[in-house]
Design a protein around this ligand. Structure first.
Ligand code: TYD
Length: 332
């Protein structure tokens, strides 16, 4: 099978590409990535010479390029997206372009290239908005609260319409928050681990009682692999684990694993429109055979070691352009 993975130099997709190349020795993967701030070829250093892997620098908004690449593959997995909520509050425009217009161009390419037998849209549980009790199901209404979530919801609706109107082989996923190696240190878990390694405090928004559901990137890759081969065309799947944690629980666990105390916590101004809880029902993908395998404490412990052993990777990021964002975001 030949697969086009978009946004392959980002966090989720680079882990997916590594997983697929290790598992399927005869699959070929083309990685199309624009290399924005979060797309980093260092994420794929260990596989750049793999004969089944190739990299193209380009934008999913470029219809000519996307059509050319679509004509060469059996499947497209769209990971390319702007994903950070806080950045979508500071600068929504890039979210509209990459997440909505980019997805539209990919859908057009799938429409034009009948050799593409599967298109998977990687999306998020954030499209549903916040939920006080219970779990979001795949067909619950979208109530996105951040510009990021609204842009993803718009793209997901475009996918639905292209599946229905043009009878295209599309699957949409809604995933809970992922964690794992190579995550850009603007997100909660890598920011907190790397800050602690640097002996800096960790900025907890509000009281830290917001709840997220977490999945390791290995489990997420397993889920997408399963959908690629066994998912039903036109369907939507939540990719969840049931592993719900408050931000304080995660902060305490990271501090405990790293042998530090609560004095490392700094409570900062809350995020505007901060969703209180995300939680999704994963029974549909479970019925297809999905079972998360990574234990959260073990996954986090391994991850702390990964960030300790790969300090050059994140120090290069933290000392670059990212510093401006950090200072703006945390008022330093
Ligand atoms: P984040 O990793 O940005 O993911 P998302 O907002 O898409 O779920 O944030 C996870 C949670 O952690 C969220 O409730 C916001 C909170 N958070 C902090 O408390 N401090 C921080 O510095 C960051 C980045 C996030």
């Amino acid at each position: 099978m030949k697969i086009l993975v978009t946004g392959g130099a980002g966090f989720g997709a680079s882990n997916f590409i590594r997983y697929m190349l290790n598992k399927y020795l005869d699959y070929e993967i083309i990685n199309l990535d624009k290399l924005t701030y979060a797309g980093n070829l260092a994420n794929l250093k260990d596989i750049e010479d793999n004969k089944n892997y190739s990299f193209i620098k380009g934008d999913i908004i470029d219809s000519e390029l996307v059509n050319k690449l679509a004509s060469q593959v059996d499947a497209i997995i769209n990971y390319a997206a702007e994903t950070h909520v806080d950045r979508s509050i500071l600068d929504p425009e890039s979210f509209i372009n990459s997440n909505i217009v980019g997805t539209y161009q990919l859908l057009e390419a799938v429409k034009n290239n009948k050799n593409v037998k599967r298109f998977i849209q990687i999306s998020t549980d954030e499209v549903f908005g916040s939920i006080k009790e219970g779990l979001f199901k795949e067909d619950d209404p979208f109530k996105p609260n951040s510009p990021y979530a609204a842009a993803k919801a718009s793209a997901d609706l475009l996918c639905r319409s292209y599946a229905k109107t043009f009878d295209l082989p599309i699957i949409v996923t809604h995933s809970c928050n992922y964690y794992g190696p190579y995550q850009f240190p603007e997100k909660l878990i890598p920011l907190f681990i790397t800050n602690i390694i640097e002996e800096k405090k960790v900025p907890v928004y509000g009281k830290g009682d917001n709840i997220r559901e977490w999945i390791h990137t290995d489990d997420h890759a397993r889920a997408v692999d399963l959908l690629l081969h066994k998912g039903v065309t036109g369907e939507v799947y939540n990719i969840g684990t049931g592993n719900e944690k408050t931000n304080m629980e995660i902060t305490s666990l990271i501090l405990e694993i790293m042998g530090k105390g609560d004095d490392m916590i700094e409570y900062v101004k809350d995020r505007p429109g901060h969703d209180w809880r995300y939680a999704i029902d994963n029974s549909k993908i479970k019925a297809l055979g999905f079972k998360p395998e990574v234990d959260f404490r073990e996954g986090l412990t391994e991850l702390v070691n990964w960030y300790k052993n790969n300090s050059k990777w994140w120090q290069d990021i933290k000392s670059g352009e990212y510093k401006n964002y950090y200072n703006k975001q945390y008022g330093k």
